[in-house]
Design a protein around this ligand. Structure first.
Ligand SMILES: [Zn+2]
Length: 99
């Protein structure tokens, strides 16, 4: 009978430790899951900027020249347009809202 009680206590202890371990691990996972997207979000713009400087540069909406540094404006019809540095005075002359 005593052995049964000891075994039960040991099992309960092991179960509790397992549960605590799982809980702790779960919390650690959720914490790192929060950290990872944050890091990825911080990394991604840099990556995008790198690729934008390369062949994926977007064309200017006004002169169609591919430029990695476009300024974005909303034109008269409410569309978002990317404007290169050379065309920026044109957009500003049209008094477009800059994004
Ligand atoms: Zn342009």
């Amino acid at each position: 009978m005593l052995i049964a009680i000891v075994a039960a206590v040991l099992l309960a202890g092991a179960g509790g430790a397992f549960w605590l371990g799982r809980r702790r691990r779960k919390r650690a996972v959720s914490r790192s899951a929060k950290v990872v997207p944050f890091r990825a979000a911080r990394k991604r713009p840099g990556k995008r900027r790198e690729s934008a400087a390369g062949e994926q540069a977007r064309p200017c909406s006004l002169c169609r020249a591919r430029n990695s540094r476009l300024s974005f404006y909303i034109d008269e019809s409410g569309r978002t347009i990317g404007v290169c540095k050379d065309c920026r005075p044109k957009a500003e002359a049209r008094e477009l809202d800059r994004l």
